[in-house]
Write a protein that binds this ligand. Structure first.
Ligand SMILES: [Mn+2]
Length: 571
């Protein structure tokens, strides 16, 4: 699919040169940093060399002191503490670290993860009743709770205090909790991006430092919080939060801790996911580990994830990891089937083919998997997409959108046709009556027709800088690695070179193309994935957009360009 190239704000040359000289970095790296709005030298050094000692104080999160003191009082009085988490990787890793920490300091602690299918998202009164009957007097919600004002009021009426540890937007009605820890409360940009598990980790930092001050660790071992980062990194990567501020420190340190993790559950899940031990990458978490842990929440009992991450029994860990792997294979099959169904439905529907959005419904689609498929359809068609899983006269839908369409706002203006909806800019969920489907669909398309104009339906490729090929050296490529790990909010830099010659193309297996890019006296190897299906279709002159990476071949590292997009200049 053709892309719209959009350059980042172009900073003045003198800033770039100045920064490059004062920090001793290449003009290429300096261009990327300055164009991304970084000019403060200390900030840049902290960005290039993320370090745990730069973690912001946990007490920057409003309410931390009061929450910590309540938990310490529960410890002293041997109160029973219930942890209640969301069923995704973020919720599961949040519950796991808080559970492990509280256990290690001798707390009476239990946990509960609701079933996605039977109970749905967030708290419910039925489970709260069970906790109260079980003698629990303190409830800690993790990666959920902020939208459960009614349930939390119910807990309060029954003498159970609730501490909310969440990162979702705070609704107009603040729940009557004992305390709310949600970094969205603060305007601090380095922390209001935390995943749920990042907030949970902050709670542990706050707890540990206060307990240390109060002498708790004179008589027991002080937990080493760095050892929890293998779990914190899971939820942080899986929740697709920006890799900036505190998250950058968590991910860059956490991925190393994960690589060397001795935790039984981590070793077992890596084994079934074919992830190598000592060099675990963020992509391994996104595409191998997280989907397996998530699969349990989608199709089965999400508590399997917590059991896996908290057990120290290697036999049990292996058994649970294998179970997750199997559920995940099943999830993949279901997903492929729905994707295939969806493509067929789109192809035989003339309206859908021409429309600026996609709305499909079926009785046969599993509600736990349609969101993943909707994302794949957005990738394939670049249209706002809604998939609905029908159950007799009611449908549950997952919506995924493109950059220029705020899907939550769009649903809001069509709310007269919906039973309910919620979500964010790019992803949302909805509930609809089956007999309202047609009218909803027609109005959704009409609305998109009015809103989507010009090139809004062409995906954007953000360009970090324009380079001459001679500026690209192995040294530059090595230096750019300081910007890793890449992810949301810290994308791998994309550069453009204008008017290069493309020579000596070879098409390899799996649609991999190799050729040379030549400009003046410089020639650099290029690799392209799924770009052309025949060498004859490769232009001889082009403007190219690419990543700069190292290619290791026969033990030799050379710099190469990984092609992202190109515009042929032959005619
Ligand atoms: Mn979350």
């Amino acid at each position: 699919m053709a892309k719209r190239w959009e350059k980042r704000n172009n900073a003045q040359e003198n800033k770039i040169t100045k920064l490059s000289q004062s920090l001793g970095i290449s003009e290429v790296l300096s261009t990327v940093l300055v164009n991304r709005g970084m000019t403060d030298e200390d900030e840049i050094m902290r960005f290039l060399y993320p370090d745990l000692k730069d973690m912001p104080s946990p007490f920057l999160i409003e309410g931390m002191e009061k929450a910590v003191n309540r938990i310490i009082s529960a410890l002293q009085k041997h109160e029973k503490i219930m942890l209640y988490g969301d069923y995704d990787v973020d919720g599961i890793s949040s519950v796991s670290i808080v559970y492990l920490f509280l256990k290690s300091v001798g707390a009476a602690v239990g946990y509960y993860i609701p079933s996605r299918l039977k109970e749905g998202y967030g708290l419910n009164k039925e489970s709260i009743k069970k906790f109260i009957n079980g003698g629990y007097s303190l409830l800690i919600t993790l990666d959920c709770g902020i939208s459960n004002a009614e349930e939390i009021a119910f807990a309060r009426q029954n003498s159970m205090d609730t501490i909310i540890v969440d990162h979702h937007e705070i609704p107009d009605t603040r729940p009557p909790a004992y305390e709310i820890l949600d970094p969205k409360d603060s305007g601090i940009k380095d922390i209001n991006i935390l995943a749920g598990v990042g907030v949970a980790f902050n709670l542990l930092m706050g707890l540990r430092s206060t307990m240390k001050k109060e002498g708790f660790f004179n008589s027991m071992n002080m937990p080493n919080l760095k050892h929890y980062l293998d779990l914190v990194v899971l939820g942080t990567i899986a929740d697709i939060v920006p890799f900036t501020g505190e998250n950058r420190i968590i991910v860059s340190t956490g991925i190393k801790v994960l690589s060397g993790s001795a935790r039984q559950g981590i070793q077992a899940i890596k084994e079934v996911s074919s992830v190598s031990g000592d060099t675990t990458r963020t992509a391994d978490v996104s595409f191998r580990i997280a989907p397996r842990i998530n699969a349990a929440g989608r199709l089965d009992d999400p508590a399997i994830g917590v059991q896996l991450l908290t057990t120290d029994n290697p036999v049990l860990a292996n058994k649970l990891a294998k179970a997750l792997d199997k559920i995940n294979s099943n999830r993949q099959l279901i997903e492929q089937k729905i994707f295939k169904d969806a493509l067929e439905l789109i192809n035989k529907d003339m309206v859908m083919k021409k429309s600026k959005g996609i709305v499909l419904a079926s009785e046969e689609w599993h509600p736990g998997v349609i969101g993943v498929v909707a994302s794949k359809l957005v990738e394939a068609y670049y249209k706002p997409t809604i998939l609905i899983s029908l159950n007799s006269d009611v449908g549950k839908g997952s919506a995924r959108s493109i950059q220029s369409i705020h899907i939550y706002e769009t649903l809001k203006s069509l709310s007269e046709y919906l039973v309910g909806f919620g979500g964010h800019k790019l992803a949302a969920g909805l509930v609809i009556k089956a007999d309202k489907l047609d009218v909803f669909r027609n109005n959704f398309f009409k609305l998109l027709d009015m809103t989507i104009t010009g090139d809004m339906m062409t995906p954007i490729l953000t360009i970090d800088g324009v380079l001459k090929l001679k500026q690209i050296t192995k040294k530059v490529s090595d230096e750019l690695k300081l910007m890793m790990p890449y992810g949301t909010g810290n994308a791998e830099p994309v550069f453009v070179s204008y008017g290069v010659k493309l020579k000596d193309p070879v098409l390899l297996k799996h649609n991999v193309l190799r050729c040379k890019a030549i400009q003046d006296d410089t020639s650099i190897g290029v690799v392209a994935f799924n770009t052309v299906d025949s060498i004859d279709n490769l232009p001889k002159h082009a403007n190219i957009a690419y990543y700069i990476r190292n290619n290791s071949f026969n033990g030799k590292d050379t710099v190469e360009l990984v092609l992202k997009d190109m515009t042929g200049l032959d005619n």
